[in-house]
Write a protein that binds this ligand. Structure first.
Ligand code: F0G
Length: 458
């Protein structure tokens, strides 16, 4: 018999979670104003809200926590993190920040001005938020295939070179301070960007003299997909692929809460000394001195160790197989999901799941609420609520896709948990025609509204 696949780790510490009843969940979600962010974690059985900062650290990472150096300046933990970043990414300079959006805040303060255009592949919401906060514009140049969940394309995170060229050709160079590739591309479904595409974008950026950055929150998962899917990379090591990806760009922003498997942390890494010097000042202003940037020494130690573990093939293989296992169970049941499966989550196509609910009633949010009521599983809406209003017209922006994201934390849940999630969603699917109405907004913030929005049942 062929030996089956199994996780390359065993569990040393457990945290209890409690199942609850449907009646309790109906009461709690109403009290939470139908916003899943407002639920208390003990009202959730399986939490698939995010893979950000929710991973399980290893015994090595916890040991590193104990030997963190908390000196304000020049701490050994800083150098440990610096060495790990240099070894893994190849960039010369780095600035620690407390998380990914802080890295965006610091970098964009140094690079983006009012009226600028920043092309990319479906920028993540905080990236877009930080661009729009500066009265600049994020331009989505993702390939069209990404917006049809039923189309099979190996790299749905790729940038459409024709769309990108049109932006570069039709606007003055001074208006485009940088291009951002998000790898993997969270908003399109944790979809990878191919090495070929990264190199082609890099070449085009070079021709126009525009810096190219990678939003690398899930860079290791991206490298895994390149190894698995792209011609010529089957025998390459993950770290080798990572170095190659970063060798053709000018820098990166990082939310270490993802692929560095820590609960908090981030950084900027780059090659330009001039830009580093400029960003340094903002780092001190917003984050802290440049040798800690909002992180404690122990966190920097755990992050450094996490970067090595997060770029280990066997770890990545088990992680992405687990996500794929959930995806396969849902697909086998006929549930429409973004295909091929992404790296960190399964994205359920809510418009195809609930075709009778109009977009004005927030389809993906409706599905997320139904799944919670059915099973106690908390997913997250990646749809109209997240897309916010147009900053100028204040009209709702209706994205092409309305998605329910089931985000899998790293090294946290078992195969039985995945079976439970699948059963919960299949039950909702079986009764989807009984879901007659969606929701309306009763209160919202002017930017990043989904976190605090309040809804009412129609
Ligand atoms: N870039 C990407 C691609 C992200 O997915 C995130 C966060 C960030 C930047 C911002 O990083 O949270 O450390 O400030 N994504 C989380 C998510 C929140 O749930 O997908 P952060």
């Amino acid at each position: 018999m062929k030996l089956p696949f199994a996780e390359p780790y065993k569990i040393k510490m457990v945290e209890p979670i409690r199942r609850n009843t449907r009646a309790e969940r109906e009461k709690w979600i109403k009290q939470a104003k139908y916003n899943l962010f407002n639920l208390r974690s003990d009202q959730v059985f399986i939490d698939l809200l995010t893979d950000s900062g929710t991973g399980a650290m290893s015994d090595r990472q916890w040991s590193e926590m104990m030997i963190g150096d908390e000196s304000y300046a020049g701490a050994s933990s800083y150098f440990k993190m610096k060495n790990a970043i240099q070894e893994i990414t190849g960039f010369t300079y780095f600035l620690p920040t407390h998380q990914g959006r802080a890295a965006e805040n610091v970098l964009f303060s140094a690079m983006i001005s009012e009226g600028d255009l920043i092309p990319g592949n479906s920028h993540f919401d905080t990236t877009k938020g930080h661009i729009e906060y500066r009265k600049a514009k994020a331009i989505d140049c993702t390939i069209d295939e990404a917006f049809d969940t039923s189309v099979d394309h190996p790299f749905k995170g790729d940038i459409d070179l024709i769309k990108l060229k049109a932006v570069l050709e039709n606007n003055p160079k001074e208006k485009i301070p940088l291009i951002i590739i998000t790898a993997t591309c969270n908003s399109s479904g944790g979809q990878p960007v191919s090495m070929r595409n990264i190199k082609a974008v890099s070449e085009m950026a070079g021709q126009y003299g525009i810096p190219l950055f990678i939003d690398g929150a899930r860079f290791a998962e991206n490298a895994y997909f390149i190894k698995k899917k792209e011609d010529g990379y089957a025998d390459a090591g993950i770290r080798e692929i990572v170095r190659e990806m970063f060798s053709v760009v000018d820098g990166m922003t990082m939310s270490s809460k993802k692929d560095a498997i820590v609960n908090m942390g981030g950084f900027i890494a780059l090659n330009s000394e001039t830009l580093f010097d400029k960003a340094k000042t903002y780092n001190i202003l917003f984050e802290g001195y440049i040798s800690y940037g909002g992180m404690s020494g122990r966190d920097m130690n755990a992050l450094a160790q996490g970067l090595y573990e997060g770029t280990d093939f066997n770890y990545l293989d088990s992680r992405i197989r687990q996500v794929g296992y959930l995806g396969m169970k849902l697909r086998e049941a006929g549930i429409p999901v973004q295909f091929p499966f992404g790296g960190h989550a399964i994205f359920v196509d809510a418009k195809r799941f609930l075709p009778h609910i109009p977009k004005e009633e927030y389809v993906a949010q409706t599905l997320a609420i139904e799944l919670y009521i059915e099973s106690g599983v908390r997913g997250v809406e990646i749809g109209t609520l997240l897309a916010d209003r147009d900053p100028v017209t204040r009209e709702n922006r209706y994205p092409i896709l309305e998605l329910l994201r089931l985000t899998i934390p790293r090294r946290v849940y078992t195969k039985n948990h995945m079976d439970y999630v699948a059963a919960g969603l299949i039950n909702v699917f079986d009764r989807h025609l009984e879901i007659k109405k969606g929701f309306k907004i009763v209160k919202e913030a002017p930017i990043l509204r989904h976190f605090t929005i309040e809804l009412e049942r129609l």
